[in-house]
Design a binder for this molecule. Structure first.
Ligand SMILES: Cc1cc2nc3c(=O)[nH]c(=O)nc-3n(C[C@H](O)[C@H](O)[C@H](O)COP(=O)(O)OP(=O)(O)OC[C@H]3O[C@@H](n4cnc5c(N)ncnc54)[C@H](O)[C@@H]3O)c2cc1C
Length: 369
C-alpha cells in the first residue's frame, strides 16, 4: 500500500509513526529543509480543553505509545484583564517547544520515526493523488481543503510575537485579555527557560482591527506585559503571521485524501489551541488506513469540540473590558477559586466547555440581537 503524507509537522509525523509501527511505511513530503524549520516558539496544552481526557501527555503515551516531553508542567496560570489579575493553580497542563528548538514536539516525533522524509519537496497534491493509494494532507493550514471546496473558514487572525529575555518562572505562563490594547484578541507569555519566554499577541482580522497599526499595538502590549511582570524585557527573534486561518473541513476524508491537523481544522477558534487535536487526527487517520477504526467516526467529537470553541470565541468577543475584569476578579473569589482550580486540574474529566456552550450561546444571542 502506497501512502503519501504532505507535511512533516505534528499531525503528519504522528500519523507516520502509527502507520510505520503497524507495517506501512509512508512517504513523507516536507516543503522545508528539515523538520521544524521555522521560528522557535513555546506553546501550551491545557487539560481542561481536551475533556473528557484528563491529562493529555500521559494519555498520548499510554494510548498511542507516542512519547512527548514538555518543557514544563504548568502549576499556575496568571490571567490579566484591564484592571484585574488572578490565577488558576494546580497541575493544569504543560508547555512545550515548537519549531527549530532541539526539544520541539516535531523534532521529538521525528526521532520516533524511521521512514524517510523527502525535504525541500515541491511535489503537488494532484500528482501525489495519481501515484499513491492514499494522500494525507498535513500542511498546517486550511488552504488545500479550501481549494478543494472542503473548508469553512470562520475567521483569520494576525499573530505578532517575539522571544523575550528576562526573569521567569518556567511553570507560570500568563495570558492577557485587554480589549483596549488587543481588541477581541488576547496576548500570552510562555516561559521556556528561567531567562527566555515567548510573548505573543493574536487578534481577529475584523474590519476595525485591520485598520489598527500593528507596531503600535505590539508596543502597547509589550509595555503592559513588562509593567505587569515588573521588568524590561529584551526582545529577540520577532515574528509575524498574517491571515492565520481558523476553520474546519466539511468532510475529513474525500476519496483517497485525508485532512489532518490544521488541514482538518484542529485549531480551536476560542483560544487557539491545536496541538493535542492535531496528534489525535494523525493517529485516527492511520487507524482508518490500517482498518482499525473509521476516520469519520473517530473525529466526530472533534467537530463538536470545534463548534463549541467557536461559541466561546463569539462569547469572548462580545465581552467588554469591564465584564472581563469582573470574570477575572471572580476567579479569586474564595469559593469559585477552589472550584475553578478543581475543574482545570488533571484529575477531573468534566467538560466545562461542553457544559457551558448552551449558556454562552444564549448570552451571545441576547447580545447580538
Ligand atoms: C504562533 C502560534 C502559537 C500557537 N500556540 C499554540 C498553543 O499554545 N497550544 C496549542 O495547542 N496550539 C497552538 N498553536 C496551534 C498549533 O501549533 C497547530 O494547531 C499545530 O501545530 C497544527 O499541526 P499541523 O500538523 O497541522 O501543522 P504543523 O505542525 O504546522 O506542520 C505542517 C508542516 O507542513 C509543512 N508544509 C506546508 N506546506 C507544505 C507542502 N505544500 N508540502 C509539504 N509540506 C508542507 C510545513 O513546513 C510544516 O512542517 C499555535 C499556532 C501558532 C501559529
Amino acid at each position: 500500500m502506497k501512502v503519501a503524507i504532505m507535511g512533516a509537522g505534528i499531525s503528519g509525523l504522528s500519523c507516520a509513526i502509527m502507520l510505520e509501527r503497524n507495517g506501512i511505511e509512508p512517504t513523507i513530503f516536507e516543503k522545508r529543509s528539515r523538520v521544524g524549520d521555522r521560528f522557535i516558539n513555546a506553546e501550551s496544552m491545557f487539560d481542561i480543553l481536551n475533556r473528557p481526557i484528563k491529562d493529555c501527555l500521559p494519555y498520548i503515551k499510554e494510548k498511542f505509545n507516542i512519547e512527548l516531553q514538555p518543557i514544563s508542567e504548568v502549576d499556575k496560570l496568571f490571567i490579566h484583564s484591564k484592571n484585574e489579575v488572578s490565577s488558576i493553580d494546580g497541575k493544569i497542563g504543560y508547555t512545550n517547544m515548537r519549531g527549530r528548538h532541539e526539544e520541539s514536539f516535531e523534532r521529538q516525533l521525528e526521532k520516533q520515526l524511521k521512514s524517510k522524509i523527502i525535504f525541500n519537496s515541491t511535489d503537488q497534491y494532484e500528482t501525489l493523488c495519481k501515484e499513491f493509494d492514499y494522500v494525507i494532507l498535513a500542511t498546517g493550514d486550511g488552504e488545500y481543503a479550501s481549494n478543494l471546496g472542503n473548508y469553512r473558514c470562520d475567521l483569520t487572525c494576525t499573530i505578532v510575537g517575539a522571544t523575550v529575555v528576562g526573569d521567569f518562572i518556567k511553570s507560570n505562563p500568563h495570558v492577557w485579555f485587554n480589549y483596549d490594547i488587543i481588541p477581541k484578541g488576547y496576548g500570552w507569555l510562555i516561559p521556556f527557560s528561567e531567562k527566555e519566554a515567548n510573548l505573543v499577541m493574536a487578534y481577529p482580522d475584523y474590519p476595525n482591527n485591520i485598520k489598527l497599526d500593528r507596531q503600535s499595538m505590539w508596543q502597547k502590549f509589550y509595555d503592559l506585559a513588562s509593567n505587569n511582570l515588573e521588568q524590561n524585557f529584551k526582545v529577540r527573534d520577532s515574528f509575524q503571521i498574517t491571515r492565520y486561518m481558523m476553520g474546519i473541513c466539511i468532510r475529513p476524508k474525500i476519496d483517497n485524501t485525508y485532512f489532518i491537523g490544521n488541514c482538518f481544522g484542529t485549531i480551536s477558534p476560542g483560544l487557539g489551541f491545536g496541538q493535542f487535536v492535531s496528534i489525535l487526527t494523525g493517529v485516527y487517520c492511520a487507524y482508518d488506513i490500517l482498518g482499525m477504526g473509521k476516520y469519520e467516526k473517530l473525529v466526530e467529537p472533534l467537530f463538536e469540540n470545534y463548534n463549541n470553541s467557536l461559541v466561546l470565541r463569539r462569547y469572548l468577543e462580545n465581552l467588554t473590558d469591564e465584564e472581563l475584569d469582573k470574570i477575572v476578579k471572580d476567579l479569586d473569589n474564595k469559593l469559585l477559586d477552589k472550584l475553578i482550580d478543581k475543574l482545570c486540574d488533571n484529575k477531573t474529566s468534566v467538560d466545562i466547555l461542553k457544559i457551558s456552550t448552551p449558556i454562552m450561546k444564549l448570552i451571545n444571542k441576547i447580545k447580538e440581537d
